[in-house]
Every structure is written in C-alpha cells, then in structure tokens.
Design a protein around this ligand. Sequence first.
Ligand SMILES: [Zn+2]
Ligand SMILES: [Zn+2]
Length: 450
Amino acid sequence: MKTFFFNFEDGLEQKYIDWAKEAVQDFINLFPEYKDNFATKEANFTYADINLQTLANQNREIYEDRKRRQISTEDFDENSFWQMFEKLPDGSYKASFEKQIALATRNGMLDIQKLSSLQTDAAGNMYSASMPLLINITKQKAHGNIRGISTKIAVNISAGTCAALGYQGEDLKAYFKDIIIHELGHSFNATHEERQNTVENLGTHCTDKNCLMYEYAYTNESFNRRRRLKEPFCQDCMASMRDYMQNELHFTRRNENQTLHVNQGQDTQTPAENGIDAEFKKALREVFSASAKQQNAEYVEDAKLPIYSAEIKHANGSVDKITAASADNVFLSAKDKDGNLQLPNLQRFRDIVALAQKQGSAIEFGDIKSADFKARLLVACLEAKPAMQMVGAPELNDEFLQTVQDEKLKNLLQVLKNKQQTQAQPQQTQTTAAQTPDINKLLQQRNGGR
Ligand SMILES: [Zn+2]
Ligand SMILES: [Zn+2]
C-alpha cells in the first residue's frame, strides 16, 4: 500500500489544494492495474514510538560517514532537527510542516533543498517501500526558482514559484499539475540509472522530448509541446514505474488472473450486446491510433460496427487489421499491397502488449495457426519491461526456433533466448539487494530538483 499524505502550507490558495489532489489522482489513474494499492489522506504524521535522540544520533553518524567518504560536505543540522518536531500531549512527536518551512526559509524565500533534507532527517531509518509519500505544497517562492524536488519519501512543490512564472487560469493549472506528476515520476523510479534513454542533469531524466520526465520538461517550450499530447509519460518511463510498483513496492495487481487473448485472423463472432459506443473500444483506439501515427501510417476505424474494427495502412500498401468484440479478445491479421495474406507488422504485437500492460492482463496465446505469428507475439512479450506474463506461449527452445521461417525473427528470438539464460542467475541476487532500504542511499536521493 502506498498512501499519499498531503501537507499544505497555511494560507495556500484553495485552487492549489484542489489541483494537487487532482494531479495525484491523475497519476494513480495511469496505473489501473495497481489502483487498489494507493490511498490519499490529509497529513497527520506522527512518530509515536520513535526515540528522537536515537534518530538524531543516527543522522549524525550518517552525515559524518558521508563526509568521510567524500560524498558530501554537509553537516547534520542538529538544531534544526529538534526544532521541526512538536511534542504532542500523549508524548509522541509530530514533524511539523510549518516548522520545517520556517527553518528552511531565508529572507522570505524557501530553500526547497533544505526543506527536503529536513524531511529526510525526520523520516530517518524509518524509510521502507510501504512508507507514505508526503505531497508537500508550499505557498512560499523558492530560491533559485526551483518548482519542485522529490525524494522517495516526499515531493515538495513550490506553488509560489509556479504562480510567479506568468501562467494564468487553465495553463497555470496544467503547469502546476505537470510539475507534481513529474516529481512523482522521480519518486516512482521512472528514470532509474540502469535504464536506457536517460541523461544525468539535476537528477536522472528521460531523453524523450515528449515525455514529462524529459530533462527540460519544465520549460515553456516543453510545456507547450506536451499540451497537445495525451499521455504524460513515454512507454519506457511507464514501464520503469510499473516495474518499481511490482518488484520494489510489491503491489498486488488487480485482475491477477485476467488475460488478453490474442488470435490470428478476424473476429467473426459479434456479440449483439456491444454497442457502437462500447467503452472497451476506447482503450484499443488509444493504443492503435497513437501507434499508427508514430509509424506514419494511416489509422482507419469503422466506428459504426458493434465490434472494434480498425485498419492501419502503411505507406508500402500493406494493411494491418485489428478486430475485437471485447477488451480481452483481440484478432490480428494483415494483407500486403496486392491483398495477399501476410503477417501483421511486429509493432502490432507490441501494441497489444502495451494494451495488456495498461489493463493489467497477462497475454494468452489464443487461436494461432502460424509459428511466425506466435514468434512475433513472443518477441513482443519478452521485450516488454517488465516482461509480460504469458499463458499458453510456446517454449523458447531450439525445437520452436526451427519452425520459425522469418530469419530476422529467428535471430531476434535467439538473442532473447541467450539473454534469458545469462540473466537467470545474477538477477535474483539483485532483487534481494534492492529490497533492503539503505539509509545512506536514501539520503543521497535528492533526485529531481529543478
Ligand atoms: Zn520518458
Ligand atoms: Zn526531474
């Protein structure tokens, strides 16, 4: 379970409170399969059982250790540490957001890095994957024009800085929400260091210009470019976050047993109950129309039919056809420019995997006659990150490889097969290490300030 605790600085305008809650909800909605693992609450964060003296000592040691190892020159600010807590009548302590803000403010402006660092000290070694994530919104403007900063325990956003940028009305709302969702991306490991297509610039960022995790996502130019797009994050960032939720936070997936059947051919059985505006068509349309656009292909949907039926027409004259009577039973076929049957473009299989990931389903190999069709679906499933759960998939062995005719496909599968073998061992040790929260690592994780 991951609970978002909201902290709003006293005097913050109501609209920022509403927008912050909306942004967090928008973020949660990106992961329908993990939706049940999220909760949101107004903050009332107390440390009932913690001995603050022990925590202070631990912090001091951590800071000294980091200085010894020349990771940082920062000293533990013990005075500030004690001053951010309020003692409650029952003897427990509460880390006060107002006090943290006061301690991190100079000349009426907020040092947002300092604020973040105080919160990390207050959380101390209590960090674990199941710990709540604080969503802290300040009224104050931040030094250095920093809009937001994130750690694994808190996201700090300066509404004051966002307000001073000159955006108005809906633009201000969209921008402010973008900043929050960007910082949440950091907190949920969207751009971790082992991933490709990232760059190190004030935290790790994505190299995809259309992605909200892009290194210059905060600029006016990026904001305007992105406003025309529907999806905030690129597929790589989405996959990294899903991976984090599944493997580090150990979220439970909704519809654990739900599968998406993939079949070869066209759907000939049309259930009468599906109206032309059936809800399931939306998810299919989103995936396939966006993908066609990326391939510079034409997307044509026959919206008058009770089932989902779309064609993707490529420049070379070939056409992929997708039909589905429900969200969990998809049929794929294709023809070349002369109307002869051929295998659908590999991208269609990747689209189906993306669709299954969105729904939180496993892929079930349905009615499929050709080995090459199976092979394409297998490639798309194995390439996916995290790897797609499969039902009824052929085993990736030499016997299967011999039945595949397309040489390029065969080579691709051979590479994936070798990778599977070499990865099996070291991956296991990696997972165990990653599960143990490391306080030193946590304190360094001031990722994503801007
Ligand atoms: Zn990205
Ligand atoms: Zn960032």
